[in-house]
Structures are given as C-alpha cells and as structure tokens.
Design a binder for this molecule. Structure first.
Ligand code: IPT
Length: 975
C-alpha cells in the first residue's frame, strides 16, 4: 500500500490527537537511539520490510535526518516544489528509508491503551509492529500516535517504519527550508492509562484578579472521566474537574511574568501532571490584549535548525534559543512555519515568550501554476488540512505561552481555510487566529502583511492603508479588515549584513496600538557545516548542493549565524527592543519603562562618565520603580570635571539586579548616552615643520612624501603609505542584490561600472602652503564621473592634513540603468599601509560594525581590536566591518610606525587585509585572500544596508547624496 504517497487522505490508523501533557504524564520507553536502516531510491523498489533480515543493514541514529547522516543530500528550495506539480502524486524517484529496531516491553505495563508516539516523521511513514501494519500518516512536523495495545508482546517486540522522502503531504509542506527526510524527532512507547487527555481552560479576570479554571478530563474513547484536581501552589485540593472554579489572588501568566502552577489531575486511581498558566487573550477595539493589557510582540520567526542535525534539535539547542531570545530583549516567537518540538513550547511557558504557533501548511509552489489546484482551494484536501490543524491544536492547547494560532503560511485562500478556521474556533475559542496570505482576511483576526516599507507601516498605524484588491468590491469585508489589529508576521529580512531600519520600524510601531507585534525574518541561518578537501570549513547553502532548482543563499537569512553565534543584526534588534528607554540629556537622565506588564523593580542602574573614551568617574543611579509606560527624570550629581581634550559622554545603563532564570545579575538590558561637552579641540601646533618642499621627483608636505609628477603618496615619515585613491565600491551585500530584478542595486552598479572605476590625475597645484592633486574618477563607457581634489597641507613634523573635495561631474541623475537611478555604494578614500600593523583603536561608535541605518547597538567610546577581529565573516563574503561616526582612529603594530587619523567630523572607517574587490570576488570566506598590506578606508559615507533581499527599497535617507562633498582628516605618523 502506498496510499501515503498518492492520496489526499492524510493518514490511516492514528488515534485521536491529544495534549502533550497527557502523553508526558505516563510511563514511557524512549525508542530514540540506534536503528537498523536501509535506503532505497524509490518507494516501489524497496524490499519487503516486516520480517526482513536486517543483519546486513546499516545503522542510523534516531532522531535524525538520513540526508545528514551520509545518505544523499539535503535539498533547499524556497518556494519551488522539488517535484512536478501534479497533486497528489509524487515522482518515482523518491528515496525511501526503512527503519527497524526491537524493544522490550517493561514488566507490569498496562498494554490496554498503550501507544506508539512519533513526534516527527518527514514526510510520511508507515508502521508495522511485530509484523502487523498499524497505520500510516503524513504531516512531518506533527505528532502521530497509534494504538498498539493488542500487538505488544511480553519481552522483545520488533518495530519497522518505512519513511518516504516525498508524499502527498509534501504538497502541504512547501515552506522555505531544507527538505529533510527521516524520523527526526523522538519516538516513544507510552503506557496505557485511564486518563486519556486533559484540556485546561485557565483564564484570568483582570478586573477581579481571579483565575477562572476548568479542567476537562477524558478517558479511553474520549468520553468525560470523573476526576479531581489539585493546585497546591494556590492551596487547592480535590476540586472537581469539568466545572468552572473562580480562584482568588492568582498571579497571571505573561511573557514578562511567566507564573506557572503545577496542576495534578486525579482520576480512576491515577495522577497526571500539567503545568498551567492563567491568562486571557482578547481583541478589544482593534487592540490585542492579554489580561486586559495591550501587548506588543517583539519577535522573530523561528525555524528549527541546527547546522549539523537539521530540524533534529536537542533540548539544549531549544534552551539556547529561548535564553538567547530572552537575553536579546525579545518577547515573542512565531513558530515559522510549523509546530516546533513540544519541548520548545514548554520552555516558552517557563521563561516567558509569547508564541504565535503556526500550522504545518504551506503550498507556496502553486504560485508556479497560477494557484490552480491549490490544495486549500480544493475540497479533496480539506480533511488533511483539518487533521493537521487538529494535531497541532490538540497537542499544544494547554500552553499559556501560545496566544495566537496561525493557520498556515503562504497558501493563498480557499474552502480549506474556512474549514480549519471553523474547526479551531469551535475547539478553542480562547485564542485569536492569524492567517496572512488571504487578502480578504476573512479567516483572520489580524490584518497582516510581509515586508512593507516604512511608509506602508505608518499608514497602517493610522488605519489609512490602501484597500487590498481582494476587498475592493466588498465594503463590509473591508471595514471589518480595517478595524483589525495589525500583526507584522515577517519584516526586516536578516540575510547577510543587515537588516537596516529596525529603529525606524520601532518608532512607527510605538506610534499606534494597532501594532500588536512584529517578527523579524528570521532567527537562524539554515546552513550546514562543511569542509573542503583542503580542510577549509564553510557553511553550505542551497546552491552548494548539486540539485536544481534550489533557493541558493536565501536560507542564510537569520539573526544567528548557522553555528548559533549572534550576528550584528541581533545586537541591533536587542537594542531596539530594550525594556526601558534611557535618554541622557545634559546631566538629566530620563528613564521610561517599556514593559507592558511588570514594573522595573528588577533593574539596577549605573552611569559612567568618559572623556575621549577614557573613564573619568562612575556610580550607581537611583531610579524609582516604574510602572509600565511610566517615566522618571533623575538628576545626576556628577563630580566636578575639569574638562579636557575630546568629547565627554555620559552612559547610563540598566542591568538585571539579581540572577534571573534567563540571565545572571549584571546582564545589561538597556543603555542610553548623552554628550556632556565637546571638549577642547586636540592641540594641533601651527605649521612649524616647514611647508611644502619639492626635491626632484618628490614633493614633501610636512612629513608626507608625494610623487611630484603623479601626486601619488609614498610615505608619511617612516610609514609607507600608498595607493591612495577615491573609492566608491563595496562588495555588494545580500541586500544590495535585492530580490531578482527587484531592487537589484548591485546589478546596476556592475552594469554601470562602479566596480571598475578608472582614475586620472589632471595635475598638481603646488604652492607654499599646500599641494592639491586634481583628478577625475569615472566608470568606463559612462559620461559621468567624480572630479576630485586631494589637498595636502602640513600640520607639524608628524602630521599632515588631507582635504578631500569631490564634485559630481556629468549626467549622474539622468543616466538611469533599468529602473534604477545610479546610487553610490560608498564615497571616500582608500589607502594601503604595511601588513605589520596589527590593531585599531578608535573613538566613535563601537565596538561592533555599524552603518547609517544599523547603528543602534553601537555606542560612543574608545575601542580597540586586532585588525583581524574587525570584520564579520558572513557566510557569503560581502561588505562588513565598518566603524561608524569615527572621530579618530589609530593603527599600531610592533616594530612599525603607526598611523593616527583625526577627522574634522565623524567619518566611516574600515580596516582589512584585503581589498573590496577581493571580498567581492570570493564566494566563500576561505576564498578571501589575505594580502601583504593593510587597507584603510576613510569614508565620507557608506550606503545604508536596508533589507531589500526580501523587502522594500533602501529608504532614500540612507542613500549617499551625489553632490559636492568635502571632508578632511589629519594623518599623523606615530611611534
Ligand atoms: C516569505 C516566506 O513566508 C518566508 O518563509 C521566507 O521565504 C521569506 O519570505 C523570505 O526569506 S514569502 C516572500 C514571497 C515574501
């Protein structure tokens, strides 16, 4: 029977789905571990399974994906199906894995009602116990439970499972992720018990402070079971189940204050345990509320992903994710795009994260058939959609952290959605429903879109957004939609360097209570650790596997790199989401609580005063405990400070006062900075070291030596300094590439030739006080260019001033390429220094990389890093490592003179061992050459990052204006 792979019928032989809690409360035998394994290239061509002699078979680990254990490759597609669109059939070429193991039934076990539980089998499985077929199912990320009572034997039992890589169910699983077959979650044998399932209804009445509790207990066959409940944490014992109890003085559950109570259910002489939280979700006047309080979700989209184990996560992986989210000020997660491992949800309950749980349904690839035959629009698939939804809702119904059910992702609309919406509303009226991709939103309690521009979001906040086309002729539907709260299920595509504008979005979100939450796409890069034959390690993306079609690098779009180290984007998001806002203005500090539920009693505050980045004084700050939304202005008595050279900055930070479940005492959650005074300018002595001195082929400007004919720089005192030229290029970021033809700025750059600018020196103006090197830099074939004047003037015997004048020349604005006008990647000068320089110390924003639209996490200070630690190794090499708003910077090394740069106004500084072009040419980090030089970029500006890899064009304010520009730096050779 190959039903599982050729019919819209979703399963055969599964028992009624039930809660994870009810399953958890019974004795179990883990069937994880080593199984016998045999892989066949097709479903039809596999050998007989029950009774097969497995002695010669391989061994494989469960949970796991066979493609990550040496059998074939994982495939990555974003929107495309890896098989022809001909639902519900899949091709013969369909690797099929046979798994066999034995287990021993523990003594004294109750067999009646015993089950086998598969927490996840991708994509379909068929099971035999002791030679008898007991069922099959589709639904990869959903539990499947089968009754086995009668078939269990005392002593040894043999379990055989056939798993198909593709099945009819795969048509419902076209999420943007790797296709990863196998028994990838736990397999368990569960004992039979009288308590079959528990359904907890635990509301909170915020007007009285009461918890409203009803616990429905069912027995075998699903009928109600007479039961009693204990809640020792609230001093309650032996309350009857199935009736509503109003309980005084309950501490409600919220992401900020995740109070859980242990519930014990007693029935038929048995006990079952369930942790519960009291909370009520409502939508009132278009505002999402929990326990009567409007909430805003600051979230991420989380796929389950590990760079070696794929979607087989360990408990530690899940805990790491939850702790990292909490430590980065996130309070919400959308389980994109399927139900996660159940332990993840228990962790969200415990640590406090709002959860939007999404069904395992996505039919994105039907877009290539104009959405013809889309399963949700075809009644034949409705039972499968309902079954998927039920297996999620029944498993997870008792989790307080889940406040919204999301029906599916990217599957257009149809009767199937009406059916699953109705099913959820009937079974669980306590939670609102989200579905984004049906533009009538008639199945959804939220208005929702993906990747809108800042302008679009602002209009949504005012409830003035454009009417979706689908509702143009439906005024009633449209006025319903316009009254809905707005849930931004995906924004800020975190592919490569970026995303930009997180702070801009946050400012708009804060402007309207219509915004109930936003979820960055996405949490973690889906890449695999790999090693070349030469032993170089890298992270594999879709295009690194010889398979078509594939979604290339779109799987690397997370705030965490594939190895779970945070990217700079996560630091930005943490800062934007800080729970208190600290504004330092002069000597006054204003602290505003952005908590929604709890007060700020858990925070302690401190301040540091620095001049030119050197600490002058520090102390604690008493800030009154603030209620949600409340502000306090706190005066700060600073010690008398004598002034000095360089800017004085006051930094105030808020940290966790005592160890919490998710962070140690001292963990900083928020900070703010203010400039106290600009300080005295750095002392620069008037030109003493003589002025300009021409000697044959060279000309000296103070310590600087230039070629008298070409104007090329040679040295600053003892320090070789060469290759100074105007540089407008950067290795395009993922966002510079846009999305195909859309916003593909990098393609325009290359077509126009900004990656191969040609330089010309027009002449040198040498006079007693300065030398000006005049020139023009422009791309081949183009009539436009940049006229440059580099003016060198002596400062003293070790320093020289460089004034850079850049004047656009020719028809820049009238030479569009395709839909694009010409914009610049960067604007500044680049020069080469000896490789012996080792470190960079700077005063400006740091310590991490920062860009005009992605700089929130960087603060003003004096920072020092080895040159080799300045960059960020994005899995696909691209622009990185810029330091923003730098006032001065110093390069030093052992046994070599150093260089100090003082900028007149803040500049961008990049230092690396390779050129922009080197970085651009590499397709993996190990291909980036390490040159015998140190390249220093002193930029007037860099283009912002944006998030156009999937998203809007870069906002205009982050483009570099093409206009006459002047900036100046003093270069000093140091010992
Ligand atoms: C959106 C998908 O929902 C998500 O799974 C992911 O593919 C993301 O895009 C891009 O990385 S769909 C897109 C057409 C907006």
């Amino acid at each position: 029977m190959t039903d599982a792979i050729q019919t819209t019928v979703p399963s055969h032989g599964l028992r009624t789905p039930r809660s994870q809690g009810a399953r958890h409360s019974r004795r179990s035998v883990s069937l994880s571990g080593t199984w016998r394994f045999r892989l066949s290239p097709t479903a039809q061509g596999t050998g007989p399974l029950p009774g097969a002699d497995t002695a010669e078979w391989d061994e494989i680990e469960v949970p796991g994906h066979w493609v990550l254990q040496g059998y074939g490759d994982p495939l990555y597609t974003n929107t495309a199906y890896p098989f022809p669109i001909d639902p519900p059939r899949v091709p013969d070429e369909n690797p099929t894995g046979d798994y066999v193991r034995t287990f021993v039934l523990p003594h004294g076990w109750r067999r009646e009602g015993a089950t086998l539980l598969f927490q996840g089998a991708d994509s379909a499985a068929r099971v035999w116990l002791n030679g008898t077929e007991i069922g099959w199912w589709t639904g990869s990320r959903l539990p499947a439970e089968l009754d086995v009572g009668e078939l269990l034997r005392e002593g040894e039992n043999t379990l055989a499972v056939r798993v198909y890589r593709f099945s009819a169910g795969s048509y419902l699983e076209d999420q943007d992720m790797w296709w990863l077959p196998g028994l990838f979650r736990d397999v368990l044998l569960l004992e039979g018990r009288a308590i079959d399932d528990i359904h907890v209804h635990a509301d909170y009445d915020h007007t009285t402070g009461e918890g409203i509790l009803r616990v429905d207990v069912t027995g075998p066959g699903g009928g109600p079971l007479e039961a009693s409940i204990d809640l020792p944490g609230l001093g309650l014992r032996e309350l009857p189940a199935a009736v509503e109890h109003r309980i005084a003085d309950v501490a409600p559950w919220s992401a900020e204050s995740p109070t859980l109570y242990d519930l014990t259910v007693r029935a038929a002489g048995e006990e079952a345990e369930q942790r519960i939280g009291f909370r009520t979700v409502s939508i009132t006047d278009g505002v999402l509320q929990v326990n009567g309080t409007p909430i805003r979700m600051r979230g991420v989209n989380r796929h389950e992903q590990h760079w070696e184990r794929g979607r087989s996560l360990t408990y530690d992986d899940m805990l790491t994710d939850v702790l990292m989210m909490k430590r980065h000020n996130l309070n919400a997660v959308r389980t994109a795009h399927y139900p996660p491992h159940p332990d993840f949800l228990a962790l969200c309950d415990t640590y406090g994260l709002w959860v939007v749980e999404e069904g395992d349904i996505e039919t994105h690839g039907f877009i290539y058939d104009g959405w013809e035959r889309n399963p949700p629009a075809d009644e034949a698939w409705t039972p499968a959609l309902i079954e998927r939804t039920a297996r999620m809702v029944e498993r997870d119904k008792n989790h307080p952290s889940i406040i919204i059910w999301s029906l599916a992702n990217e599957s257009e609309g149809g009767v199937g959605f009406d059916a699953i919406e109705a099913w959820v509303r009937d079974r669980d009226p306590s939670r609102p429903i989200h579905y984004e991709r049906d533009r009538t939103y008639h199945n959804s309690d939220f208005y929702s879109v993906m990747y809108p521009s800042l302008q679009e979001v602002a209009a949504i906040g005012r409830r003035e957004e454009e009417t979706p086309e689908a509702l143009a002729e439906n005024p009633e539907g449209e006025s319903r939609r316009r009254a809905l709260p707005f849930l931004l299920c995906e924004f800020a595509h975190a592919q490569g360097n970026g995303p930009g504008s997180l702070a801009d979005y946050e400012e708009i979100f804060a402007s309207s209570d219509r915004f109930c939450g936003a979820f960055v796409w996405e949490w973690i890069d889906h890449g695999y650790r790999a090693t070349t034959e030469a032993g170089e390690t890298y992270v594999r993306h879709g295009g690194d596997i010889d398979y078509q079609p594939n979604g290339q690098r779109y799987c690397h779009d997370g705030l965490l790199f594939a190895d779970r180290t945070p990217s700079p984007g996560l630091a930005q998001y943490a800062k934007v989401n800080e729970p208190v806002r600290i504004v330092v203005s002069g000597r006054a500090v204003t602290v505003t609580s952005r908590y929604q539920v709890r007060d700020t009693a858990s925070l302690a505050y401190g301040w540091v005063l620095e001049r030119d980045g050197i600490e002058v004084a520090r102390g604690d700050l008493d800030v009154p405990v603030l209620a949600p939304g409340e502000s306090a202005e706190v005066p700060l008595a600073l010690p008398g400070e004598s002034g000095g050279v360089g800017e004085a900055w006051l930094t105030v930070s808020a940290a966790v006062r005592e160890d919490t479940a998710w962070a140690p005492a001292g963990h900083v959650v928020a900070w703010g900075q203010g400039l106290l005074d600009g300080g005295a300018p750095r002392h620069v002595s008037p030109a003493q070291a003589g002025g300009v001195d021409q000697r044959g082929e060279t000309v000296a400007v103070g310590p600087l030596v230039l070629d008298a004919r070409t104007g090329a720089v040679r040295a600053l005192g003892e320090l070789p300094l060469t290759d100074l030229q105007l540089d407008v290029w950067r290795a395009p970021t993922e966002n510079d590439h846009g999305q195909g033809a859309l916003n593909n700025t990098a393609k325009m750059w290359r077509a126009v030739g900004l990656d191969r600018m040609l330089h010309r020196v027009d002449g040198l103006d040498i006079d007693a006080g300065s030398v000006t090197v005049r020139g023009r830099t422009a791309p081949a074939t183009q009539p436009f260019g940049l006229v440059t004047a580099f003016t060198w003037s002596p400062v003293d015997e070790r320093s020289v001033r460089l004034t850079v004048d850049i004047t656009p020349d020719g028809p820049w604005h009238d030479t569009p390429y395709g839909h694009h006008r010409v914009v610049l990647p960067r604007l500044g000068v680049r020069l080469a220094l000896p490789a012996s320089l080792e470190s960079l110390t700077w005063f400006g924003l740091g310590p991490g990389e920062a860009y005009a639209d992605s700089r929130e996490a960087a603060r003003v200070g004096r920072w020092s890093l080895p040159i080799d630690s300045l960059g960020v190794s994005y899995p696909h090499p691209q622009e990185n490592g810029n330091r923003h708003r730098v006032r001065w910077a110093a390069l030093a090394g052992t046994g070599t003179p150093g260089l100090r740069v003082d900028a007149d106004g803040p500049i961008d500084v990049t230092v690396r061992r390779c050129t922009n072009h080197d970085l651009d040419r590499a397709s993996k980090p190990y291909e980036i050459p390490r040159r015998e030089a140190t390249y220093l970029h002193l930029d007037h500006a860099l283009r912002g990052l944006g998030s156009s890899s999937v998203g809007p064009a870069l906002p205009e304010q982050y483009e570099i204006p093409i206009e006459s520009t002047r900036y100046a730096v003093v270069l000093t050779v140091t010992d």
